[in-house]
Design a protein around this ligand. Structure first.
Ligand SMILES: NC(=O)c1ccc[n+]([C@@H]2O[C@H](COP(=O)([O-])OP(=O)(O)OC[C@H]3O[C@@H](n4cnc5c(N)ncnc54)[C@H](OP(=O)(O)O)[C@@H]3O)[C@@H](O)[C@H]2O)c1
Length: 385
């Protein structure tokens, strides 16, 4: 089943929504082999304990920067016991931040990972515009108005909130598949308004790797490591894009160090990759008995196998998805985005998955349930006899 774009975004939000289940043994994230930065910076991270936050904070510390976190103190509270943590809620309690600003506190940069509600950005930038030199806002590839144009770059049109919906959408606390993209676009606008030429916006695509609580990419290495006949989706040449949370987080710190401003798509890999390239790339990291059976997109749909949430990372190249997973990363490459090999991501993701409690692993949030996979493979073989 191919979800509509709205459903697709909604599924993505739901999958990413339950932040923070047991990172107790976060897959010993690779320690970045870094030298100290030439100038230590004071960096305020709004968030910092979900998926991209931890590797970005670890890298910042390794580079010699001083990091302060602002969050509610709910997610992965065991992380970074030695860091300064300001506790508050961007919904209604910025008092801890306000107190610091009132006391004359200054930061070289703010990294805003948390906001999908424009008011959050309006309020934090109003508070910090004089107290910080630079604002990096984490948007999303979903901020674009559509996924129709292959290889679209950062100049593609962004989603808009229609004038008649403004009042309702801008006061909402409910992020849905319909409003997520336009809200992210509006958040960007708020950040730019306050920080103008001191602002950087990164639009990540699917973020993957150790610590990913959505289980989307994770499904594939875990399934492939199990071995046997693996159902693979659609046309092997369909494109995929994703970014390892460690590559993204480390790049953020380099953007901050360089004071890089402007808008950037934050996806990978460096060279275009197909779903077959991804599956075989993962397969190459394990030695087991395994085969892939490619099942046509229409057949999957008829058998209620969903693109993206069952057959994760993948969406068939049709109609409204003609430009999906083909975003241009020329600007990001020029601004220093680098990539780990897929093999590294794959192995680290499985290590992370295996570190989770058994009860958590028994309830994956995405991927094709084994019974459904077996049933569809049987039907596919019967049809092709
Ligand atoms: N996952 C994806 O594939 C994907 C793709 C594109 C874009 N994005 C964007 O990436 C960003 C999230 O990345 P991440 O989770 O990896 O970031 P992160 O900085 O690692 O974690 C999110 C942080 O937000 C804090 N937080 C949540 N609600 C809060 C609130 N009401 N007030 C204050 N702090 C709050 C959480 O801590 P507490 O819970 O303790 O408050 C946590 O530290 C989002 O902006 C999302 O739209 C994600």
């Amino acid at each position: 089943m191919i979800p509509s774009r709205r459903d697709f975004v909604q599924l993505s939000i739901l999958a990413g929504g339950a932040v923070g289940l047991g990172l107790a043994r976060r897959a010993q994230a690779d320690k970045p082999g870094t030298a100290k930065a030439s100038k230590p910076l004071k960096i305020l991270v709004l968030g910092g304990t979900g998926l991209i936050g931890p590797p970005m904070v670890e890298y910042a510390i390794a580079r010699g920067h001083e990091v302060t976190l602002f969050n509610r103190g709910k997610t992965n509270t065991h992380l970074f016991p030695d860091l300064e943590k300001l506790e508050g809620d961007r919904n209604d309690d910025l008092s801890a931040l306000q107190a610091e600003v009132d006391a004359g506190r200054l930061w070289d940069a703010v990294i805003d990972n948390t906001a999908s509600i424009p008011r959050w950005v309006t309020e934090s930038t109003a508070l910090l515009a004089e107290a910080a030199d630079f604002y990096l806002y984490t948007s999303s590839i979903s901020a674009y108005a559509d996924t129709l144009t292959p290889s679209a770059d950062e100049t593609a049109p962004l989603g808009q909130i229609s004038p008649e919906d403004e009042a309702e959408v801008l006061t909402t606390k409910d992020i849905t598949g319909e409003n997520y993209g336009p809200l992210k676009a509006r958040c960007e606008e708020e950040a730019r308004k306050a920080f103008s030429d001191r602002c950087c916006v990164v639009r990540p695509g699917l973020i993957i790797g150790p610590g990913d609580y959505s289980d989307r990419f994770t499904y594939w290495p875990v399934r492939i490591y199990k071995g046997g006949e693996v159902m693979a989706p659609g046309n092997p040449t369909d494109p995929v894009q994703f970014i390892d949370c460690r590559d993204l987080g480390e790049w953020y710190i380099r953007l901050v160090e360089n004071g890089t401003t402007g808008d950037f798509n934050g996806v990978g890999p460096r060279s275009p990759m197909s779903i077959a390239g991804m599956l075989h790339g993962i397969r190459a990291t394990v030695d087991n008995e395994i085969s892939f059976t490619w099942v046509e997109a229409d057949f999957l749909e008829q058998h209620e196998v969903q693109a993206w949430m069952h057959m994760t990372v993948w969406v068939p190249l049709v109609d409204e998805y003609a430009g999906f997973s083909t975003s241009s990363i020329d600007r990001a490459l020029a601004a220093g985005l680098t990539f780990r090999p897929l093999a590294d991501t794959s192995v680290a993701t499985v290590e992370y998955w295996n570190s989770l409690p058994e009860e958590r692993r028994a309830k994956p949030k995405a991927g094709c349930p084994p019974e459904l996979e077996a049933q569809v493979l049987e039907a596919w073989h019967a049809r092709n006899k």
